[in-house]
Ligand binder design. Structure first.
Ligand code: FMN
Length: 414
């Protein structure tokens, strides 16, 4: 009987364990978590979501404080057009986050950064260009383009000296999205080094509409594999979303995937950035507690726990401090939803906004409990302690369980 360890992912000259820990912003997939994946011979992701805040927490910088101070005059203004990111500071924060992580890297694996296009940062093109190129400057092994179509993103890096040597890939959820991307980037003569196919059972934002349940990862993988074969393109395909055991993973490798991207099982790892209290919420969750809704201002459906504090919260938009979801015209769907409530309750008291959430603030404070569809099974991966809580696991334990287990077996911690 085969297991994940019988397969290898070849990327350039590298032979890797075909396991990738997915990017989870904001700092849920911490540097520590990504470093473990690399040490064990796989690939780990950090995320550059809200990188200035992450840098402040990791390195005691004061990017957020400085930005808030600079735009303090605008806090009561619902027009956020003036709230721009300083591109120099953005580059500095990215280089710190990525550079320090790369310096700490040990082992034969790789570290990639997950870049969400939908973090439009009130200047979509310029800020993305800085994020991508600064990550390359700081020595990142690879970049995964996510949450958005990214049709112009390769071009934003085309002049960088590492454009052809760093591993660049994209997350798609349909053959059509991949076709569009390849068509758009054809003139650069640079194919993606890997394509992650994220199915409807993943955590975070979904690349589907609210009809997500009608789609199936295996079918999309087959469609994309067939398309690439027809076009005579050889690009490793990575399956993601709902892969919970080593046997699930092996089944996708046998079906033609070159690797798997997994995340949910690592949300309860010791190295994961979620606070302990939130990890316990994930452990305790039942299947009915997991929902897909449209509260994210990005416009993409998002999966989360029903009890997420972010749902229904009516906090004042925090764009002067954060502002990562402001579109190119300085607006965000949450600001509009919030303003509608303020118009109904001019005293500003007891404001509750139910259709959208202030994603920056709540992700930053770990109050948006996004999770994968298999979260309710996490309790089966560990032991319950005498006080009723669940034991968190080392990332190494989870990684090796995927790598070596067979027969739908899940190894419990010692
Ligand atoms: C808590 C959490 C946060 C996530 N955040 C992101 C993100 O910021 N960007 C992204 O591209 N994918 C994100 N994802 C998706 C994962 O990277 C991954 O592709 C997917 O969840 C894999 O499926 P699984 O969780 O069922 O293993 C997130 C997933 C989880 C569970």
């Amino acid at each position: 009987m085969k297991r994940v360890d019988d397969f290898r992912l070849t990327l350039g000259k590298k032979e890797l364990v075909p396991l990738i820990i997915g990017g989870m912003g904001v700092d849920i997939s911490t540097a520590e978590l990504a470093l473990e994946a690399a040490r064990l011979g796989g690939i780990g992701h950090i995320s550059d979501a809200m990188v200035q805040d992450v840098s402040d927490r990791r390195f005691d910088t004061e990017f957020v404080k400085e930005k808030t101070k600079f735009y303090k005059h605008n806090i009561d203004n619902s027009d956020k057009r003036v709230v721009q990111f300083d591109l120099g500071r953005l580059a500095e924060a990215t280089k710190l986050h990525v550079g320090q992580t790369m310096e700490a890297k040990r082992g034969d694996g790789m570290i990639f950064v997950n870049c969400m296009e939908k973090l439009t940062m009130n200047g979509p093109r310029d800020t993305l260009q800085v994020r991508l190129n600064s990550a390359l400057d700081a020595g990142i092994d690879g970049i995964t383009l996510s949450a958005g179509l990214h049709l112009g993103s390769f071009a934003l890096m085309a002049d960088h000296p590492r454009f052809r040597d760093a591993k660049l890939g994209i997350i798609v959820s349909s053959v059509r999205a991949l076709q569009l991307f390849l068509r758009k980037t054809a003139r650069l003569n640079r194919l993606p080094d890997f394509v992650i196919i994220e199915g409807p059972l993943a955590g975070g934002h979904l690349g589907f509409g609210m009809d997500w349940a009608q789609y199936d990862l295996g079918t999309i993988l087959d469609e994309i594999a067939l398309y690439l074969k027809t076009e005579q393109l050889d690009i490793p395909l990575v399956a993601a979303g709902g892969i919970f055991t080593g046997s699930d993973a092996t089944a996708f490798l046998e079906r033609g995937a070159a690797a798997l991207q997994v995340a949910t099982r690592f949300t309860v790892a010791n190295e994961c950035g979620l606070p302990d209290k939130v990890k316990q919420e994930y452990f305790r969750a039942s299947e009915d507690d997991i929902i897909v809704n449209t509260v994210s201002p990005t416009g993409y459906p998002m999966r989360m726990l029903k009890s997420t504090p972010a749902i229904g919260s009516g906090i004042r938009p925090n764009c002067e401090a954060y502002g990562y979801l402001l579109d190119g015209a300085g607006s965000c769907a949450y600001i509009n939803a919030y303003n509608q409530q303020i118009a109904l309750h001019p005293d500003g008291k007891n404001i509750s906004v139910s259709d959208k959430t202030c994603l920056c603030t709540h992700m930053r404070n770990y109050n948006c409990w996004t999770c994968g569809s298999t979260t309710y099974r996490l309790k089966d991966t560990t032991r319950k302690l005498a006080d009723g809580s669940y034991q968190t696991l080392s990332a190494e334990h989870i990684f090796k369980d995927y790598q070596f287990s067979v027969d739908q077996h899940i190894a419990l911690p010692a």
